[in-house]
Design a protein around this ligand. Structure first.
Ligand SMILES: *[C@@H]1O[C@H](CO)[C@@H](O)[C@H](O)[C@H]1NC(C)=O
Ligand SMILES: *[C@@H]1O[C@H](CO)[C@@H](O)[C@H](O)[C@H]1NC(C)=O
Length: 367
């Protein structure tokens, strides 16, 4: 056998080997297992679901790319320690009025119609796990609108600012901690920043979005997770804008106290906060079946795989009387094709999700 033949033979062998490995990892294409048609079919067959499964992401989207949409809280303990050392302890907000009855259904869009368009704005992070920063920024914009009586509408604040410059927030596009993002805004304030591709505001969003997640590959796929460094000195705008608007919030609220996972949560605290001040952020455990959520009231199925955490905005709550289940009404930062036009309903009090105990908010100072 000459060298050439040997080379061809080894190539063929290698190829067979790769094919075998591939097949073992992913049965269909190279996509994440939880996105395959077979999994969706299986979900659709479940009879006890309180939600409707459907396709949000192309089935060939790899697990590696899906990971760029969420995470993480691996160091949640550390984050909490940092938070405690940081400053005064987070206050539990919402004076619970005894005997106060909250409405069965509440939607911030109906309650503050002047801020409907702000509250309904759906962010799309693209393939950068900035959900923790984006949801906080979206909630603050809503609150600024609400606290200004509808005068400061559709204010675009910059998720990039905490992504770049918050040292205690985690790892930028690899995930982070919303509580620290609220803290960052309390201490440093936050500047304006428009959508990707715009030169609006001080720090526009640098990651390509919105994305068409129903195709794969698509133009949004990033080859490398960008490293976002903080300009020195901070308060330096990336655009022409010379006078960054810094918005501060006077107090970061933890509702109830997320430092204590053992503390019994009370939905009333959260309801009181939303009714008084507007949307909050909530962090929930992400399970693999959630990527297939279309509508209805979500709770994870038995076989769903626990992935990591993701942060969303909560704008209200409701109750399905027939099924006798309560839910939080949320907004995901994955564009307006995910779920029910970007909106989701998450069942309250599901221990695996841990959403009820990890809600945060702050109140804006209006200048
Ligand atoms: C996914 O990738 C496989 C292998 O490349 C291909 O055969 C299949 O058609 C793709 N699926 C879709 C829905 O495009
Ligand atoms: C809010 O806006 C949406 C979309 O523009 C509209 O369908 C809805 O009726 C509005 N709701 C309120 C309470 O104004």
């Amino acid at each position: 056998m000459d060298h050439r033949a040997l080379f061809i033979w080894s190539c063929a062998l290698l190829q067979i080997l790769f094919l075998a490995v591939d097949a073992a990892v992913a049965p269909s294409g190279k996509g994440a297992k939880y996105l395959c048609e077979c999994y969706l079919r299986q979900l659709k067959k479940s009879t006890d679901l309180t939600w409707t499964p459907g396709r949000n992401f192309h089935e060939n989207t790899t697990d590696g790319d899906m990971r760029k949409l969420y995470g993480y809280s691996k160091n949640l303990m550390n984050a909490r320690t940092v938070g405690k050392k940081d400053s005064e302890p987070a206050k539990i907000f919402g004076k619970k009025t005894e005997d106060k009855l909250y409405p069965e259904n509440f939607d911030s869009r109906d309650h503050w119609p002047a801020c409907n368009s702000t509250i309904s704005t759906i962010f799309d992070t693209g393939f950068c796990a900035s959900h923790w920063a984006a949801s906080v920024v979206q909630a603050i914009s809503d609150r600024i609108c609400i606290h200004s009586g509808g005068k400061k509408k559709n204010l675009k604040l910059s998720p990039l600012h905490p992504l770049q410059c918050c040292k205690t927030c985690g790892s930028g596009c690899k995930g982070g901690y919303p509580f620290q993002a609220w803290k960052f805004i309390e201490k440093s304030g936050i500047v304006t920043g428009g959508d990707y591709g715009s030169s609006d505001g001080c720090k526009p969003y640098p990651i390509q979005s919105p994305c068409d997640y129903s195709t794969y590959p698509n133009s949004c796929i990033l080859k490398k997770t960008p490293v976002l460094t903080c300009p020195n000195p901070d308060k330096h705008c990336s655009t022409k804008e010379t006078k960054p608007h810094i918005y501060n919030i006077d107090l970061v609220r933890t509702i109830p106290n997320s430092d204590q996972f053992t503390q019994a949560w009370t939905a009333d605290f959260i309801k009181q906060e939303i009714i008084s001040n507007g949307p909050v952020t909530a962090t929930m455990r992400l399970f693999s079946d959630f990527f297939s959520y279309k509508k209805g009231i979500y709770s994870p199925t038995k076989d769903a795989r626990k992935l990591d955490d993701v942060t969303l905005k909560v704008i209200g709550w409701g109750r399905d009387r027939q099924k006798k289940i309560d839910y939080w009404l949320g907004v995901m930062p994955w564009g307006n094709k995910f779920g029910d036009g970007g909106f989701v309903k998450i069942r309250q009090g599901v221990s695996q999700l841990q959403i009820d105990r990890r809600m945060h908010a702050g109140v804006p100072q209006l200048h």
